[in-house]
Design a protein around this ligand. Structure first.
Ligand code: SF4
Length: 254
């Protein structure tokens, strides 16, 4: 199995060539809405899985066919920052592609408090970090983090990232009905967003079924949250159509 998948059409990123650094789920969280299934192990230590020679060869083959690629996106089976030496991987991709493609990182933000991790991320053009909760109880309920992962540190990491990172930051908030979609949560979130200062805030809905049952925030509440947080916020769920019912891939989501 290779490291890359796609390019796939992404509403936010155009044509995105995905890069999966892991062959099995490797994450520090076990989010209620995760599409990858339950986290058997929640990782605290960074790991090294990628063979750079193989990665470069595979990428060279893909780009020799001249596909349209708007972003190469580090995502896939888990949390990309749990892979060591991301700066080396970025360097290898830029070398093979002649620095032709923009690079995007999708991250759960859990390791951004570490200076070494933030330094490795400098070569990205866009970082899409998530922040689903602003209090410890909600954080545990929605993200089921590894014991010891601190929400305070995550928020501090996001604030530091904003100060140091020269590219764009689009903060993503995944909403789950009854867990983090109250208006009081939205008000608290607004205050934290003002400290982080991302370029964009995107509200998303987990419309693809995972292993756990959860309910989707209804459109009226989504619109109220948008009003509370501010006019510059975007709703990015592909399935948000302004109706009461949400359906994804034929599956019924309760
Ligand atoms: S952070 Fe992403 S990969 Fe990890 S459990 Fe949550 S949704 Fe799944």
């Amino acid at each position: 199995m290779g490291y890359f998948y796609g390019p796939v059409a992404s509403r936010r990123l155009g044509k995105s060539l995905g890069l999966d650094l892991f062959s099995e789920k490797t994450c520090s969280f076990d989010c209620v809405y995760c599409q990858l299934g339950r986290s058997k192990t929640r990782y605290s230590q960074r790991v090294s899985r990628v063979n750079l020679i193989k990665l470069k060869k595979e990428l060279a083959q893909i780009i020799s066919k001249k596909p349209r690629i708007d972003f190469i996106t580090f995502s896939g089976s888990g949390e990309p920052t749990l892979h060591e030496n991301l700066d080396q991987i970025i360097k290898a991709i830029k070398k093979v592609s002649g620095n032709k493609y923009r690079l995007c990182l999708i991250t759960n933000s859990s390791l951004l408090y570490r200076k070494k991790v933030r330094e490795e991320l400098k070569g990205f053009d866009l970082i899409v970090p998530s922040l689903d909760a602003v209090d410890a109880k909600t954080f545990r309920k929605i993200n089921h983090p590894l014991k010891g992962v601190s929400l305070t540190k995550i928020i501090q990491g996001l604030i530091k990232l904003r100060k140091e990172f020269k590219g764009e930051i689009w903060l993503e908030v995944m909403l789950v009905r009854g867990i983090n979609d109250s208006l009081s949560q939205a008000k608290k979130l607004k205050k934290i967003i003002a400290k982080i200062k991302p370029d964009k805030v995107q509200l998303n809905l987990p419309v693809r079924p995972g292993k756990r049952k959860f309910k989707l925030t209804d459109p009226e509440r989504l619109a109220q949250i948008k009003r509370v947080i501010g006019k510059d916020i975007e709703i990015v769920s592909d399935y948000y159509d302004g109706k009461k019912e949400f359906k994804a891939s034929g599956a019924r989501i309760r």
